[in-house]
Design a protein around this ligand. Sequence first.
Ligand SMILES: NC(=O)c1ccc[n+]([C@@H]2O[C@H](COP(=O)([O-])OP(=O)(O)OC[C@H]3O[C@@H](n4cnc5c(N)ncnc54)[C@H](O)[C@@H]3O)[C@@H](O)[C@H]2O)c1
Length: 490
Amino acid sequence: MKTAAIIGGGVIGGGWAARFLLNGWDVRVFDPDPEAERKIGEVLSNARRSLPGLGNVALPAEGALTFHATIAEAVEGAAWVQESVPERLDLKQKVYAELQQHCAEDALIGSSTSGFKPSELQEGRGNASRIVVAHPFNPVYLLPLIELVGTHVNPVDVIARAKEIISGIGMYPLHVRKEIDAHIADRFLEAVWREALWLVKDGIASTEEIDNAIRYGFGIRWAQMGLFETYRVAGGEAGMKHFMAQFGPCLTAPWTKLMDVPEFTDELVDLIADQSDEQSGMHSIRELERIRDDNLVGMMRAMSANDWGAGALQNVQDKAREGEAGLLSHIDQIGDLSKPVLTLNRTVPLDWTDYNGHMTESRYLDAFAQSTDRLMLLIGCDAEYIASGGSYFTAETHIRHIDEVHAGHSIQVRTQVILGAGKKMHLWHEMYEGDRLLATGEHMLLHVDLATRRSAPPAEHVEAALVKLATAHAALPAPDGLGRAIGAPR
Ligand SMILES: NC(=O)c1ccc[n+]([C@@H]2O[C@H](COP(=O)([O-])OP(=O)(O)OC[C@H]3O[C@@H](n4cnc5c(N)ncnc54)[C@H](O)[C@@H]3O)[C@@H](O)[C@H]2O)c1
């Protein structure tokens, strides 16, 4: 039941289509615009470039994308129908009336609406219990947040199923428990937008200066800690109460015009559009989208390394995908011990490439380090073991760069244990794209006692598992290039 119907394939519908497809769902699209196929194709190529490398584990095989001439045809067999037609209530209601005549009884219908409440969308529908708001953020294929809003007519199991599907495609369902116009996030954005319009209208700041005020300062903070956690830190050691005592009174100062709305005159629209052209007109929209995506991927990957915010969410997704990607977490799960073991299956992320347009040299070590971590996990050197005071440190590394690879390409590493005895672990990693050998990595590691930072024998169970794998691998031929000195003829 992994078929999604996308009704309306513009900026948002195209992003949803990409999100479902790249997470292995079949996607059926209806959009009356003859240009829809081209537009979705462009969104999809941006998504293919950025999403698969966001995490450290390969995504499932892409689903099939089809375009349909009617809503009736598009919703056939769909478990999830996502409506992303223009923001007009009458149009949305008309679309539900039609699609509910044809979709499965139990299909869930999510609306991308930025402003309408679910009760408004459900009005007049016989089967309203299946309709919810599932409000995404652009680019839908990269940003994980979905504001999931229902009403009292949505049974608990509908909300639970919606959460399950949204999580399954790598997103975060934020269940908005009480419906409200514009949900949660857009109310902030509206407040910030109003304040920015005043600043431009009053000639205080240009569009560029306002953007700089955000992107050089609080915007970076918001992305990783949100509002309250950031302010808690801002309160210093005394924390949130101190922060509120210090800044609370400002709310009554004449800082803000939040309750007023500047009149949207042609003059104001022109002023903003002209400033925006001057600020960003040198880039096409597609170019700006790619710059945005590169930065989003880089920021989210940095947070993955810290297991924080959107990065922590990505790590949970990665963990859930390991099995399907063939990555195991204990030696006992390995079916055939006699072969090199799969220790990495991922896509080359955008932030791993360099000015030569291919994966940069330091990232080969990154990839091999992930493989070594996986091998350590397989032999029982897991987080719990490391917390108890034992681990492996790398003493020596030799990487051979054999062929190039580019962002978005799928790579696998298979690992052979050359020696595993006592404190020593000698590993041989081979990196492939399909059958093409890209690189080899040879590493000598020593087991250490983390308290003394000196080499020490591993715990019995870790050594036993390592020896088991090393013994099974001993029958394999010595890899070509093993122990090779730098510069020796190939
Ligand atoms: N743009 C954003 O940043 C954003 C963010 C979150 C949510 N949304 C919401 O997503 C929805 C769509 O917004 P968008 O920005 O993608 O708009 P858009 O104009 O880019 O796309 C709307 C698409 O719907 C198609 N359409 C029109 N009538 C249709 C019909 N009867 N059946 C099927 N398709 C039809 C249009 O051809 C168009 O391709 C709106 O409800 C909006 O509030 C937008």
